[in-house]
Design a protein around this ligand. Structure first.
Ligand code: UDX
Length: 432
């Protein structure tokens, strides 16, 4: 099939490359010419394990092409995926849909034969209706079908999540489009993915409800972890004990810093805003957002307590600053709250991240990047394990720094407390 992905960000690029790997002809379109030129030269704008190899392989096979010409790319394709960003509006908390609607306007001028137009971007319920209205201004209704097909990719695991999805959700009442899309996804369905066909509005809401629920699960265990710290309980016992109940499930019950990234913070706010528009109070999700926003303060207060409130001139190391492992994404990472707060109180911060220097900390003069774990630990008073990279999972703290001792605050519960403590280190973790 001939596919066109509009937007070569996370969702568009990963889905486009994976669809081409399944044997489709895919053109990835972006109005950023520079990005398109880079992609043609095999340079990948995002860090995602395995993506580069797949881009190069399918580009060489000529199943994958890149273009900044939306019109001709759309004309030559049967299925168009809208994969542009839907960030939080600068003012307020609803999703900014300007990019989606701009694409819809451009699309309305390029429909030469029947096209299936799909929103893969995360869009609030009723956005498909709006897109349909825009397209109808210039085209008759039998020339297009607007479908919602939300994407559930996790950064760092995106190719695996595309190839082995738990479910494929197709939101449309149009039988013809459903048949074509079921056929497009048949290689994944035959490997076990569940395919469900719902109304377009339901598909739009499934995406937000899923992300909001996962965010709730994380926030729930983070709050339980606070109680565990006060009562001498290991939160991991709670996660295991709860998770074995099949109705609950064990995943997304890892306590840690505030959840971050490009989806959960923005999508929880956007679903609340959509519900408000429809006079519906999503009080649970509102509490989740509030609790998560306060999470960094709770962890920071623990840091202050660990250092007896003497932060000035303390040398603090951050191992990992991204919002999670296997990504270079800094969006809504809790390090963006913690590092400036500690720097403001006069601490000297060194950070090491496997994905390198981060411009986000440039303006803080007592915050510096170092290019190895060993250098980051030099003369440190407190080491904060902020992100769960594999690189940090078997550090020989005892020998790495000539036996010098420092305090360790493991915000991801990577290490066994007894093991680290037996090596003579003061060790703190989350909810245990
Ligand atoms: C998420 C959804 O999982 C994905 O389906 C959706 O399409 C996009 O948003 P992503 O943001 O890439 O994916 O990361 P995810 O692995 O879900 O983690 C999000 C945040 O939750 C991270 O900050 C992570 O550290 C945190 N998290 C996750 C926890 O604190 N505990 C957990 O048990 C799981």
């Amino acid at each position: 099939m001939k596919l066109c992905m509009i937007g070569t960000g996370y969702v568009g690029l990963v889905s486009g490359v994976c669809f081409s790997d399944l044997g489709n002809d895919v053109v990835c379109v972006d109005k950023d010419k520079n990005k398109i030129d880079q992609l043609k030269n095999g340079k990948i704008p995002i860090y995602e394990p395995g993506l580069s190899e797949l881009v190069i392989k399918n580009y060489k096979n000529k199943r994958l092409t890149f273009s900044s010409d939306l019109k001709s790319s759309v004309k030559n394709s049967d299925i168009i995926f809208i994969c542009v960003g839907t960030p939080t509006k600068k003012k307020g908390s609803s999703a900014d849909l300007s990019q989606v609607f701009n694409v819809a306007k451009e699309l309305s001028l390029s429909i030469n034969k029947f096209k299936i137009i799909i929103t893969k971007s995360t869009v609030p319920v009723t956005t498909g209706d709006e897109i349909e209205k825009i397209l109808s201004k210039k085209n008759s209704k039998n020339k297009f079908s607007v479908v919602s097909n939300p994407e559930f990719l996790r950064e760092g695991e995106a190719i695996r999540d595309f190839t082995f999805p738990d479910r494929i959700v197709i939101g449309t009442n149009d039988k013809k489009s459903n048949k074509i899309l079921k056929n497009l996804y048949s290689p994944l369905i035959s490997k076990g993915a569940q395919y469900i066909n719902t109304s377009r509005r339901a598909a739009e809401l499934i995406k937000y409800a899923s992300n909001a629920f996962l965010a709730t699960k994380i926030t729930f265990i983070n709050e339980v972890a606070n109680l565990c710290e006060k009562t001498g309980i290991n939160v991991e016992d709670i996660s295991i004990g709860m998770g074995l109940d099949k109705r609950i499930g064990s995943r997304f019950l890892r306590a840690g810093p505030a959840y971050g990234g490009s989806c959960f913070p923005k999508d929880t706010k956007a679903i609340i805003s959509t519900a408000d528009k429809f006079n519906t109070n999503l009080s649970v999700i509102k509490s989740v957002v509030k609790s998560n926003e306060n999470r960094s303060n709770i962890l920071l207060n623990r840091v202050y307590k660990i250092l007896n409130n003497k932060i000035k001139n303390k040398k603090i190391t951050f191992l990992g600053v991204t919002f999670k492992a296997n990504t270079d994404d800094m969006r809504d990472s809790s390090s963006l709250t913690m590092i400036p707060a500690l720097s403001k109180k006069g601490a000297y911060i060194k950070y090491f991240d496997p994905t390198g220097y981060k411009k986000e900390f440039k303006k803080f003069k007592n915050v510096s990047y170092v290019n190895s774990i060993k250098k980051s630990l030099d003369n440190s008073d407190l080491v904060i394990i902020h992100t769960e990279w594999n690189d940090f999972k078997s550090i020989n703290f005892k020998n790495i720094n000539k036996g010098k001792k420092f305090i360790i605050y493991d915000m991801r519960n990577i290490y066994l407390p007894s093991k680290i403590k037996s090596q003579g280190f003061k060790y703190y973790s989350v909810g245990r």
